[in-house]
Ligand binder design. Structure first.
Ligand SMILES: *Cc1c(COP(=O)(O)O)cnc(C)c1O
Length: 371
């Protein structure tokens, strides 16, 4: 699905030197690369503040903590995402309320917000799934008119451009009150271990999050809030500083692979290639097909037999997960997400895909549907 080794080898010397530099300095925690990475990521995103932290899940949790919500307050989000989005809401004693997604872009459907908003609703967490932005214009308008916070889960779309109607593009994750991302190794900007960041244009949120990530400390050994320990290792920051310079090139390589898949697979009976949102670029964290009902698992098995990995993101929507049963959802409550779980299949997508590999993969998909 990914080729982290190929990507590493291309810039091995630069990365090895950066890691060695951190080891020589022994400034493993809060070393200067962390601050420099925060500044460089802020500049890349065009946002005022970036706070690095331990991973993407922590970034989401820190954002939710910074809102200072009350137990039982409701947060609207999608059930068609990675579990972290919902886990942190639950862990903080808040109540996730699910909103179904659009069948084409897989992103939160803003038209369904009205049906679930209540006097207890405090925030919306849109997820920019697979590499393109949710309909942030509609979501922000709804949030403004109901006095809600917006936290963007941007773990899969770091660097994608949000394209609003006014033509003033913004980076994904910088539109709401706070945005969160992950540097898990397989993400578009991947570290050599765990890492994450939160970004915001709001100075008071930035200060609160920086303090919460450091045990709620403001003045040394004086604690104003109950915080957590969530930091980005200096070694990871040094690696990410180098990889950030290549991020746009990584996106371009993914887009090139996606265009290849599109050209060879669109029009094939039985599958749909990924839809493009009109208000976002697509950086293809995943290249996800919709396969006709009942044939998806057979296609996956066929590809595996031919030596081609593929993945189902996601096989079960979050409202039907055992751990979240007490929220009271049933099958049929969020029909679009439920159907997608039976139809989606993600093909190999990374920066090192060669034409011969892409050709082989698409040939095999053709063979499956023609046999
Ligand atoms: C990867 C991911 C996260 C969590 O990131 P970690 O760094 O693994 O904690 C959260 N949300 C989404 C949508 C993700 O894809």
């Amino acid at each position: 699905m990914v080729d982290l080794q190929g990507q590493y080898l291309k810039i091995k010397e630069e990365l090895d030197n950066a890691m060695q530099r951190v080891i020589d300095s022994t400034a493993f925690i809060r070393g200067e690369d962390v601050r420099k990475f925060e500044t460089e990521l802020s500049a890349y995103l065009g946002v005022n503040h970036t706070i690095a932290c331990g991973n993407g899940t922590d970034a989401l949790q820190l954002a939710m903590m910074a809102l200072e919500l009350q137990p039982g307050d409701e947060v609207l989000t999608t059930p068609f995402t990675f579990i972290a989005t919902v886990e942190v809401i639950r862990l903080l004693g808040l109540k996730p309320v699910f909103v179904d997604v659009k069948p084409d872009t897989f992103n939160l459907d803003p038209e369904q917000l009205e049906q679930v908003v209540s006097p207890r609703t405090r925030a919306i967490v849109p997820v920019h799934l697979f590499g393109q932005c949710a309909d942030m214009e509609s979501i922000m308008e709804f949030a403004r008119s109901h006095g809600l916070y917006v936290i963007e889960d941007n773990a899969q779309a770091l660097g994608a451009d949000f394209l609003p109607a006014n033509g003033l593009k913004q980076k994904a994750g910088t539109i709401g009150h706070m945005g969160c991302t992950s540097f898990f190794p397989s993400k578009n900007l991947g570290a050599f271990g765990d890492g994450g960041s939160l970004f915001t244009n709001d100075e008071s949120f930035a200060r609160r999050v920086a303090s919460l990530a450091n045990h709620g400390m403001q003045v040394r050994y004086h604690y104003d809030h109950v915080g957590v320990n969530s930091r980005l290792d200096t070694i990871q920051a040094a690696i990410l500083r180098i990889k950030l310079k290549h991020l746009d090139e990584y996106h371009r390589l993914r887009q090139k692979a996606a265009a290849w898949y599109d050209n060879t697979l669109s029009g094939l009976d039985g599958i749909q290639v990924p839809a493009r949102s009109p208000f976002s670029t697509h950086i293809f964290h995943q290249y996800t097909l919709l396969v006709e009902l009942t044939r998806r698992d057979a296609l996956k098995a066929f590809l595996l037999e031919k030596g081609i990995p593929s993945q189902i993101y996601y096989p079960l929507p979050l409202h039907l997960q055992k751990a979240y049963k007490d929220l009271g959802y049933r099958e049929g409550d969020l029909p679009v997400s439920e159907e997608l779980c039976h139809k989606v299949l993600s093909l190999p997508m990374h920066t090192e895909l060669e034409e011969t590999q892409l050709e082989y993969i698409s040939d095999q998909v053709h063979k499956f549907f023609k046999s």
